[in-house]
Design a protein. Structure first.
Lengths: 130, 495
């Protein structure tokens, strides 16, 4: 229990991940699914950035008498910067697709989209064949 | 070594840079887009083939390139070993064939103003697959995977039709969470090892500390890549995306995109964790059961389909099961078979989708029963389909026979007789769905009004790529001795 309390940031990251995954899977609204996706991404960034945290840490720049032992590890932060760029691009592509979907179907509800899909599954000219 | 030293980065950078320049080029010379794209991919292909002179199946036979001159494990390393080179060759050849085929097909499907976007995305997809295969840095692999995923979502939706947009969105909704899982796996791995370089990671993992975290990380890796590879219970996005995308893109998605994801599972298993790691052996057991279920599920569903491209899509799920089952058996023969099946699957499934595209291009027919008597008007397309179908079934002397031989040999040598039976059942199911089509094409009279009028086969710019892929399955079967022993040696060093 104490170990869990000491590592509360990991617990937080896992909780965020689950919340995000829940809304991606369970929410019928497409925009809410995308918000869930972004929460999932944030949870991973949060996990990574908490790995690099150090109490009283300083920027890892040599010279000026800085102690190497107090420097924080810059790699997790570099990874997150790249990760944020990737996440933003994914969201941009997803939102572009959402706009197209809304123009074509006039709905953002996944259940309604699935119903449309079933209707479309019968191509024209095939109805008479049984 | 000399100039060879720079080949690994050039193979990736040439198509990547050309992709970015494509919109500017279309502004000046619209007609030049396709030839320039083909030239970029062709130069990557030539460089890849030249690498066979220096990359050898030995412990130190790889070629390593340090990006920006930073030494690994700190900098990003691009490492081409023999198995990676084999995968690079498949990616280059199949994407070049699909690109040549694209010219006539997309003129027919897309409006003029969208063509540059198509070629730009196509090159982006090829370049990201090359980078994904060649990189020796696990985070760099994630970045290339995201470029790959984003360009393939866009390519599925490129026609802008209702069903295409819906299929692309479905693909994105499954693909994006899987990417996050891979990122989470990388974060977990980094949290206990402090390294991102694959070779370095293998050494640290071998020390055996933090086995629980490593196990969790591997499970996330397999789930993430499993969605991308359309491994059986995670395959939901595949049938729609593969059957609705433009045919050359279907060939790329089915022949290459799911394959590089399966290859990534192999990389994570053997190059990052190492075959000896306790996490790997535990995960491989479960993965084998899932993959075997996928072989049978994909086969049965393919038999039940009424739509040509849908059938090929389900057949892809079955064959990805073959490859992953081979990897999970983890002995030399089975992994060699899995690698050779990557080649066979890339060529044969690419050819299948291109043939389906040729029929859609000429006639607009998609259903299987509309193919009755197709050979009267499109004999060359149907003949190429039949040859590729032999490879999918695994009839000697095609490449499909060689790969299945090694896969079954591996499962028997590993004492997994049940898996050998699964492979054989999968082949029987493949025979059912392929032979039905061949029967319809050649031996059934066309129904009234379906294949009448002026008979015309596909244009040469479509027939040539179809035949290159189709003959490729035969040549790689007959002349398999050229490469398969070296491949097995390379796998021996990998395991």
């Amino acid at each position: 229990m104490t170990r869990l309390a000491e590592n509360f940031h990991y617990v937080g990251a896992v909780l965020l991940f689950c919340i995000g995954l829940y809304s991606v899977i369970m929410r019928p609204n497409i925009i809410k699914k995308l918000i869930g996706l972004n929460i999932m991404e944030t949870s991973v960034f949060f996990f990574l950035v908490s790995l690099g945290w150090k109490e009283g840490g300083i920027a890892p720049i040599y010279g000026g008498g800085a102690e190497p032992s107090r420097m924080v590890n810059p790699i997790p932060q570099a990874l997150i910067l790249t990760g944020i760029v990737v996440a933003v691009s994914t969201t941009a592509v997803a939102l572009a697709l959402v706009i197209l979907l809304y123009r074509q179907y006039g709905t953002l509800d996944v259940d309604r989209l699935m119903r449309e899909e079933e209707l479309e599954a019968v191509p024209p000219g095939r109805e008479g064949e049984g | 070594m000399g100039a060879y030293r720079h080949f690994p980065i050039l193979i990736i950078a040439v198509p990547l840079v050309t992709a970015v320049l494509m919109p500017a080029l279309s502004y000046r010379a619209r007609r030049a887009c396709m030839p320039v794209a083909a030239a970029a991919l062709a130069s990557s292909t030539v460089l890849t083939l030249l690498l066979y002179r220096v990359v050898k199946p030995a412990a130190d036979g790889y070629l390593s390139y340090h990006l920006g001159g930073w030494e690994p494990p700190w900098g990003i390393e691009i490492r081409v070993d023999f198995t990676g080179l084999f995968m690079l060759t498949i990616v280059c050849c199949v994407s070049l064939a699909a690109l040549v085929y694209s010219r006539r097909y997309v003129e027919h499907e897309l409006e003029e103003g969208k063509l540059f976007a198509y070629y730009s995305l196509f090159l982006l997809l090829s370049a990201s697959m090359l980078g994904f295969t060649a990189t020796g840095d696990i985070f760099n692999m994630f970045v290339f995977m995201e470029i790959l995923a984003l360009s393939s979502y866009a390519l599925v939706a490129v026609t802008g039709r209702r069903d295409a947009v819906r299929a692309a969105f479905k693909y994105l909704l499954m693909g994006a969470p899987s990417s996050i899982m891979v990122l989470f796996a990388i974060a977990l791995l980094y949290s206990v090892t402090g390294s991102l370089n694959m070779a370095d990671l293998k050494g640290i993992v071998a020390q055996g500390a933090y086995s629980r975290v490593l196990f969790a990380s591997l499970v996330f890796f397999v789930m993430g890549f499993g969605v991308k590879a359309a491994l059986f219970p995670l395959h939901g996005w595949l049938p729609d995306a593969h059957s609705i995308a433009p045919s050359p893109i279907s060939a790329m998605l089915s022949g290459l995109v799911v394959e590089v994801a399966a290859f990534a599972i192999l990389r994570v298993f053997f190059s990052v964790f190492g075959a000896g790691a306790s996490a790997v052996s535990g995960t491989a057991e479960a993965l084998g059961v899932i993959a075997a279920a996928g072989v049978l599920y994909g086969g049965v569903m393919a038999v039940m389909q009424k739509d040509f491209k849908m059938m090929v899509a389900y057949s892809t799920i079955s064959h990805i099961g073959y490859i992953i089952l081979g990897i999970s058996i983890m002995n030399e023969q089975a992994v060699t078979g899995a690698l050779y099946h990557l080649l066979d699957h890339g060529l044969a499934k690419g050819c299948f989708f291109l043939c389906a595209g040729a029929v859609i291009y000429r006639r607009g027919y998609r259903r299987i029963d509309q193919l009755k008597g197709a050979a009267r008007q499109m004999p060359w397309t149907c003949a190429a389909f039949s040859l590729a179908a032999m490879s999918v079934i695994g009839i000697p002397p095609t490449a499909g026979f060689i790969s299945k031989w090694y896969l079954i040999w591996g499962s028997v040598a590993g004492g997994r007789y049940l898996y050998a039976a699964v492979y054989l059942t999968g082949s029987i199911l493949a025979a059912v769905y392929c032979l039905r089509l061949i029967y319809y094409m050649f031996f059934v009279a066309p129904p009234e009004g379906s294949w009448e009028g002026e008979g015309k086969d596909a244009p040469p710019s479509m027939l040539i790529p179809i035949w290159v892929l189709s003959l490729g399955t035969l040549v790689m079967g007959v002349f398999s001795f050229v490469i398969i022993n070296r491949l097995q040696e390379a796998v021996g060093w990998l395991l």
